[in-house]
Design a binder for this molecule. Structure first.
Ligand SMILES: Nc1ncnc2c1ncn2[C@@H]1O[C@H](COP(=O)(O)OP(=O)(O)OP(=O)(O)O)[C@@H](O)[C@H]1O
Ligand SMILES: [Mg+2]
Length: 310
């Protein structure tokens, strides 16, 4: 299967500064890719190269098999993007704005407007003036505009920026429908990993222009689980730690009246019965789990040399 997007060794140099360095990844139909990294990491610059807004210094980009450099028109005809603040007219209604932009693409885009308005959930407000829209509505109209040319790849640079939690959930639902029902591949950038956990299938973590992790959301969740600790509050924590080391070779930590150890949920019962057998009284149990945010900072702090992924 030809990838919808294939980015290979992508590099951007401004003056003497490499702001995007050797970025390589491929995306397939219906995948939602979360492009995550702190301010200045290189997300927007990468996106600007994919959308042809800025030239590539090194490497290549193919969209549905077409090179963005050598076959720009073919490549870009498959892309819908909301990169900067959508260029919309505040004194016109949402519908008029869409009609105006659909005019660039011809009759088929005009015909698609009602369907697109429904997809982004704007049926009730589409005839109202843009100046009366909330930020979330403007974002949705921006997405509607980006969908006019029936793109296979939709690129959204920080679409949840400034949205309230409700707006973020609405945006997430729209993107899921687009990926699942329309089979559109979506790139969504954000500086918050936790915000993307319910939306994305794949996460690329970028820092200082380099992709430092490229993992499925499933893999990320299993990393979070593998870092899970169980805290046993008990009468003899030092003895409990020693006996668990001898029996199961588990290294645990004693904190106050408790012992903390890395343990999968499935093995809790075994440890409880062994400690009880050893006459240790357990008064309480607590699961200690890293949040995605903690994991994100841990990954950034343990930054390894760039990995090349396909
Ligand atoms: N036109 C430019 N000229 C020189 N340097 C630039 C230019 N555009 C971006 N940069 C630099 O490239 C680096 C990456 O910027 P970029 O906007 O891609 O980051 P980002 O990950 O999108 O950050 P943010 O989360 O703040 O949007 C930054 O150090 C920025 O200063
Ligand atoms: Mg940016």
């Amino acid at each position: 299967m030809i990838p919808v997007l294939s980015v290979n060794g992508l590099t951007k140099i401004y003056g003497t500064k490499k702001v995007v360095s050797n970025v390589t990844f491929s995306l397939y139909p219906g995948q939602i890719f979360g492009f995550v990294g702190p301010n200045g990491a290189g997300k927007s610059t990468t996106i600007r190269m994919i959308t042809g807004l800025t030239p590539i210094s090194k490497g290549s980009i193919r969209i549905c098999g077409y090179s963005i450099e050598r076959s720009f028109e073919h490549a870009i005809s498959n892309v819908g993007a909301v990169v900067e603040i959508p260029q919309l007219y505040p004194y016109m209604s949402g519908l008029k704005n869409l009609k105006l932009f659909a005019g660039f693409y011809g009759k088929s885009a005009l015909k698609r407007i009602p369907e697109i308005v429904k997809l982004v959930g704007m049926e009730n407000r589409i005839k109202d003036k843009l100046s009366t829209y909330s930020l979330g509505m403007k974002q949705r109209l921006g997405i509607a505009q980006a969908l006019l040319n029936k793109p296979k790849l939709l690129i959204l640079d920080e679409p949840t920026n400034g949205l309230d939690p409700n707006g973020i959930v609405e945006m997430r639902n729209i993107l899921k429908v687009l990926a699942e029902k329309e089979n559109i591949t979506i790139i969504i950038s954000s500086h918050n990993l936790a915000e993307l956990e319910h939306t994305c299938d794949v996460i690329g973590l970028i820092n200082n222009g380099r992709i430092i992790e490229y993992k499925t959301m499933k893999e990320i969740n299993s990393i979070v689980e593998s870092k899970q600790r169980i805290q046993f509050i008990c009468n003899y924590p030092n003895y409990a730690a020693l006996t668990l080391k001898q029996k199961y070779n588990i290294t645990s930590k004693v904190v106050g009246n408790s012992v903390i150890l890395p343990l999968k949920e499935a093995n809790i019962a075994v440890v409880v019965s062994y400690l009880t057998y050893k006459k240790v009284k357990i008064y309480g149990l607590k699961k200690i789990q890293k949040s995605l945010e903690e994991l994100y900072f841990e990954l950034l702090n343990n930054e390894r040399p760039s990995t090349s992924i396909v």
